[in-house]
Design a protein. Structure first.
Lengths: 356, 356
């Protein structure tokens, strides 16, 4: 399949061509069943085995402990923003949040809407805070490991004396992370590991022991853990796409180390191009720059419309910044190839030569 | 595409072959975008237009009012079981439920877990109650229009002096219904109108006015209505499958009247076969029988293993009853063809001749 466009959408974002071809080829006959994966009961063995395999592959790639619960849920990060405080704290409990961007702020707003005593342990939407003020009696510290809107990322995870909860929606499996340090990790799939409709939640054993009693069962992580993500019908197709992505990451890319090295190379190339540009600049300091979302601005706002038009004509999609920020953003998730970034960097350098 | 199996799964269940072929054919290039529908931003025009078109088609087919909000949410019926009491009642408020089966009971359990004063207005898992005892001060009456596990269906919707809320998960768009009578309707897609991962919720204007204040925004129907089902990333692919199913229903089947007539014919054939059988019987009285889920039992339990084995060999899938009930069940959702039901009826009649 020849693809003429370069997809830099911030999410849902690019999937590898080979993964799309596999999904297409299996669509009307899922592995010899004579059925599509779209029409198989969630209680039938092909779907039960899909859930088991996908969980096992995630465990292997993330280096999870044997007693970590791995859940495939619906509702995106937004449902986790409410489920986390519901599970890990009582209404007036202290909970701490690092406010490092648009989505990190949404998470703490949700905790506030549930009556939690929210403390902002650090706030900076332009860079990752160098230190956090974490309360000793707080139930947990919540961070967003990568901030898609403002283009910052925790390059080194913060030290936390309290349970550390992480929204990894936009960088899960993009780099090697010591997952053993986290009390809870979650990520919706549509950026680095799949398509919209499923959210991966990892709940270690000791965190399960913190869960509040008397929650409605649907909100209680233990309900889904006990049922193997099959308490109610899971989003089967979206889980299937996650499995395809994990297979691609292991078998075609060559594993997480190779993926991280490639992601570093992609980001370095684009940041170098921007730092050398006279017409564009990236406002994020280097120790906070995201490997996944590169934000940049035009020095002269008058150049913006012509850049946008020429980029579209060159097949460069999704370069508009988030509506809350404006400017530009290129998202370099796992499936975005080095060749895509080379085309974008070449385009920016050429634009500089022609208009600079 | 030749399909050698007959899919009677209770859900996720059969999709039409032509719908699967369309999804396959469009998978790597969604309508000339050069992208898959799996990798397009939910803020980009192809997805915004998909949401608008699908909503419009649902409005037309269901005969909805112009100010009814039509939402595409995640979380299945199970999330609606908690969102409905959260939106339409305060913690100690009176709410009434008709307990007509496995899922109807789950819905009322969820309301109880939220501290609502739940009253069972009628309880019968073997037939539809002939009358309900509805409290005058109750916030709403909740019914499940079709009971998948026990094979009963509200053939005539109950009279209700209070707002009527309906779980239509297993019979939405299988028959003509006066949707104007309902204060809220919801259905996850994986039975009659799509695949797992999206739930359609219809919230009329006057019901929006009943919604509690100070709900966390994610749980408030008005949040999703104001954002056109794009408050957070919607389950794009599952919505796309709904659109394909609505197109199939309108263009290939010929609309809802034709669909209902076909569903009546399918169910009548299977019930007639069972009523004529010496080896099997359907325990549901005729005025409560479901057009969607036909449950039946073997008169002699010793016949069960051989029936199951021969059915599997004949490519008849998904005939096992729900694990809470046992026995047999054939689900005849919209996509199940008359030819599938003819094969099943023929198989049962032949089994009768050979073993009866």
């Amino acid at each position: 399949m020849t693809r003429y466009v370069h997809n830099f959408y911030a999410g849902p974002g690019k999937l590898p061509g080979s993964v799309l071809e596999r999904i297409r080829d299996e669509l009307t006959d899922y592995r010899g069943t004579g059925l599509s994966v779209l029409e198989i009961s969630h209680r039938a063995s092909p779907v039960l085995e899909l859930l088991e395999r996908t969980e096992e592959k995630l465990r292997r790639l993330m280096g999870l402990a044997g007693d970590d619960a791995v859940l495939f849920l619906q509702g995106g990060g937004s449902l986790q923003f409410v489920m986390i405080p519901m599970n890990l704290s009582a209404p007036a409990d202290a909970v701490d949040y690092a406010d490092t961007g648009y989505w990190a702020a949404k998470a703490l707003d949700a905790a506030r809407s549930l009556g939690r005593d929210v403390h902002v342990a650090g706030r900076d939407h332009g860079a990752i805070p160098s230190a956090l003020d974490i309360r000793s009696d707080t139930r947990y510290l919540h961070i967003c490991t990568n901030n898609t809107v403002v283009g910052t990322q925790w390059q080194v995870m913060p030290e936390s004396p309290v349970p550390l909860v992480a929204d990894m929606s936009s960088d899960i499996l993009s780099r090697n992370v010591d997952t053993g340090r986290f009390a809870l990790m979650y990520a919706h799939a549509q950026k680095t590991i799949g398509t919209a409709g499923v959210t991966v939640v990892v709940v270690p054993r000791k965190t399960q022991e913190m869960i509040q009693s008397n929650l409605p069962p649907f909100f209680d992580y233990r309900t889904h853990a006990a049922a193997g993500s099959n308490y109610h019908t899971p989003p089967v197709f979206a889980v299937y796409v996650v499995e395809c992505m994990l297979d691609w990451l292991e078998q075609e890319v060559g594993g997480l180390q190779v993926m991280e090295a490639l992601n570093r190379k992609k980001a370095a190339l684009l940041y170098e191009t921007l730092d050398a540009s006279a017409l564009f600049h990236c406002p994020v300091p280097s120790d906070s720059r995201s490997m996944m979302n590169v934000v940049f601005d035009a020095v002269d706002p008058e150049r913006v419309p012509v850049f946008c038009q020429e980029a579209r004509e060159a097949g460069l999609l999704g370069l508009e910044g988030h509506r809350s920020r404006g400017g530009f953003r290129a998202s370099l998730y796992n499936a975005v190839g080095l060749e895509d970034v080379e085309v974008l960097s070449g385009f920016i350098a050429d634009f500089d030569r022609r208009y600079g």
